[in-house]
Design a protein around this ligand. Structure first.
Ligand code: ADP
Ligand code: ASP
Ligand code: MG
Length: 412
């Protein structure tokens, strides 16, 4: 039988009633003739609560135990979903990551999927089970410990299962009815896209649009998974939602496809470091070893052999970055006069494959921000995106201004 993967996010399994609604959708696909692999998230808010408990218990926690705690939310919803389906006379069984076993790297809290053997679940399908309910977000490392895939990781579990089982499609059910030109919570002019190219979705996700985890888009692109994002509250309509697909499958598109933001950024500047060969390696080596995810980097003009080096990272990593830089200074690896952290910044980005062939997007972006009196602190660009770092208090305004400037409320 053809296989379908259906993933339900936290809001879609937030209560027993919602689990029942989700199960009805699954039941309908079973009636349509599919064997279904359901991937569930934890109930809405559960993972945040679990993370909070870990941080309160142990501020510099052991990541193995973090994973032991935060993976538990999905265990509950997987069992409840299987029970709900059984109550509807649909033959279903739940699977935790280790039971599949979904093998991952040992990078706790940010593990990557290595392998999904299909034998165990395949065998059950052959015996007449119609739905395998799999706990998202979790796996098992080589040493037998439970791992998790990073926040939002159930999306990646879903796409990886779709690839491993050669599923006909991977449907991601969430609390919005598709991928929008920007987060519909920030702009009421946001427009739902019927289709979006993998490359654009990948950039939007990595620049902060959390509707899909970045890694899930990467996997879908690599393994050619048909990926659809839709609402679990809407009508049961086969044409619903947004299809993430190849660029060639999109007929018309705007130069800019969407605007993304990332709220919790920080900008750090090392003042007066020696401008010499190897200085960047001496700074960013220790930062990387300390697990700091450096994003934007700017080296300022050098004067009398000294320069300022600015970089951005998630605000939650500032303490770690400071500690790494102070240690490098103590060890004599680098020398600087001061380290300044600005923890009130956000990143706003415009994304679109049309930028490859259109000029003037950057100029228009900077003009619209300037018209709102928003100061740009750092800029980075790539072939299909432009990002700026600005004061966090202007983030919503910037997103709305850019959405207007590029007329994203109108279809191409
Ligand atoms: P789930 O729990 O279903 O995984 P998430 O909260 O992880 O849901 O992702 C869905 C949310 O992503 C939406 O509620 C929306 O606020 C946010 N979002 C950000 N950018 C976009 C976008 N461009 N299109 C749609 N949703 C977006
Ligand atoms: N429950 C996990 C999280 O909140 C994984 C997921 O929902 O995708 O990050
Ligand atoms: Mg999510």
């Amino acid at each position: 039988m053809p296989i379908l993967v259906m993933k339900f996010g936290g809001t879609s399994v937030a209560t027993l009633d919602r689990i029942r609604r989700a199960a009805k959708r699954v039941g309908r696909e079973v009636a349509n003739g599919y064997d279904v692999i359901v991937i569930v998230s934890a109930m809405a808010g559960k993972t945040n609560e679990l993370v909070g408990w870990v941080e309160e218990t142990s501020p510099f926690f052991d990541a193995r135990e973090y994973d032991a705690v935060v993976s538990s939310g999905e265990q509950v919803t997987a069992g409840l979903m299987a029970l709900t389906l059984q109550e509807m006379d649909v033959p279903a069984r739940s699977w935790q990551g280790w039971q599949v076993p979904l093998r991952t790297t040992a990078a706790h809290a940010a593990a990557r999927i290595v392998d999904i053997p299909t034998e165990n679940i395949g065998q059950k399908f052959a015996e007449g089970m119609r739905v395998a309910v799999v706990a998202g977000f979790q796996g098992i490392a080589e040493d037998g410990r439970i791992t998790t895939l990073g926040r939002g990781g159930s999306d990646t579990t879903a796409v990886a299962f779709a690839a491993a089982f050669g599923a006909e499609r991977c449907d991601i059910y969430t609390d919005v009815d598709g991928v929008y030109t920007t987060d519909p919570r920030i702009s009421d002019k946001a427009r739902k896209l019927d289709r979006i190219a993998f490359e654009e979705m990948l950039e939007l996700a990595s620049l902060g649009a959390k509707v899909l985890q970045t890694r899930s888009v990467e996997l879908a692109m690599r393994y050619k998974v048909r990926l659809r994002v839709l609402s679990s509250f809407g009508e049961m309509d086969d044409a619903a939602g947004t299809l993430v697909c190849d660029e060639e499958d999109i007929v018309e598109s705007n130069v800019v496809a969407g605007v993304a933001y990332s709220r919790d950024e920080a900008k750090m500047t090392l003042i007066s470091v020696a401008d010499r060969p190897g200085i960047a390696a001496a700074i960013f080596g220790p930062l990387s070893e300390a697990g700091v995810n450096v994003d934007m980097i700017v080296q300022n003009i050098s004067e009398e052999g000294r320069t300022d080096m600015t970089f951005s990272c998630p605000v939650g990593q500032v303490a770690r970055a400071e500690a790494a830089m102070l240690k490098a200074k103590e060890d004599g690896v680098i020398n600087f006069h001061d380290l300044v952290a600005d923890t009130d910044v956000a990143k706003v980005s415009v994304v679109g494959i049309g930028m490859r062939s259109h000029t003037g997007v950057a100029a228009q972006m900077f003009e619209s921000l300037s018209a709102e009196n928003i100061n740009i602190k750092v800029i980075t660009t790539s072939e299909i995106k432009i990002s700026v770092l600005i004061d966090r208090k202007y983030m919503e305004l910037a997103v709305q201004a850019l959405h207007d400037a590029f007329e994203l409320e109108k279809a191409a």
